[in-house]
Structures are given as C-alpha cells and as structure tokens.
Design a protein around this ligand. Structure first.
Ligand code: DQA
Length: 146
C-alpha cells in the first residue's frame, strides 16, 4: 500500500515543545517508527507550518496513487476549512491523529474541521497514536482489497 503521513504546524518542534502535552518523541523518531512499521509498503511523510504547502501536498496525492492518509493537522484542526476541503476533494480515506487528548484541553480545541470526514480519530495516546493509525489503515485497506 501507499500511505501519506501529514504533520501540521509546530510539529517540527516535537520533543522540545510542551512535552507535558506532546511527549518527548521527536518528529524524526515518529517518522522512523512509522517507516519501520511500513516495511515493504510505501510510506511518505511531510511536515509543514504552512497551510498552503499541506494543501498542495494533498492535491499532489491525487496523482500518486496514495491509498490512505494519516494526518495530524495540529492547530489547523480547529481553523482550516481549506485543508478540510482539500481532503474532501481528493476523497482519499484518512485518519485524524492528535498526540494530546484535545477533549481534555481548552474548549477551542474541541472542535475539529476534520473529524466528520475522517474514517476515525485518535487523540490522547501520544506518539503511539500514529502507529495505531497505521495499523488500522493497513487493516482497513486489506479488508477493502479482499
Ligand atoms: C495537536 C492538538 C492541537 O490542538 C494543537 O494545536 C497541536 C497538536 C495534538 O497533536 O495534540 O498543535 O494536534
């Protein structure tokens, strides 16, 4: 399978950024763990602090036979209709991941522009949330291909 993992703004600072909420794992650690799990499958990771770059990356996925997207939209979760529309436009199934439990934090984090379009949402399980999402993606894709 061909999986795209997207990381939104400020996630390049993981490891040093508010470890109480986001843990000690760096983005390199997380991407490496996902690559190890992906084995012979193709897994591409992309982080940007810019909404435009993330939208362009999603559009590009249309021509790359991406089967599944795992996305942590970070702060764009709560603000970006444009990123939501990009995912709706390409119609590639996706799982929304958050390191922290957004429901246990400020009220403005409790609304997501993505959750109703997502296949599923993982929030509050730290870095392992990405691994669980990848495992779920493989299971869903296998079931679909049967
Ligand atoms: C986050 C939660 C968001 O509310 C926040 O803006 C982030 C990270 C998370 O992974 O817990 O940047 O998506």
């Amino acid at each position: 399978f061909n999986i795209l993992v997207l990381h939104g703004p400020n996630l390049n600072l993981l490891g040093e950024r508010e470890p109480k909420h986001y843990g000690r794992a760096t983005l390199v650690d997380i991407n490496q763990a996902l690559q190890n799990m992906a084995q012979a499958h193709r897994l591409t990771t992309f982080q940007s602090n810019a909404e435009y770059q993330l939208i362009e990356r999603i559009h590009a996925a249309r021509h790359e036979n991406i089967d599944f997207i795992i996305i942590n939209p970070a702060a764009f979760t709560h603000t970006s209709v444009a990123l939501r529309d990009a995912l709706a436009a390409v119609a590639i199934p996706f799982i929304e991941v958050h390191l922290s439990n957004v429901h246990a934090r400020e009220p403005f984090r409790q609304h997501s522009y993505f959750s109703d379009l997502a296949v599923g949402v993982i929030s509050g399980l730290g870095a392992q949330g990405y691994m669980l999402a990848l495992q779920a993606a493989f299971t869903l894709l296998r079931d679909k291909n049967e």
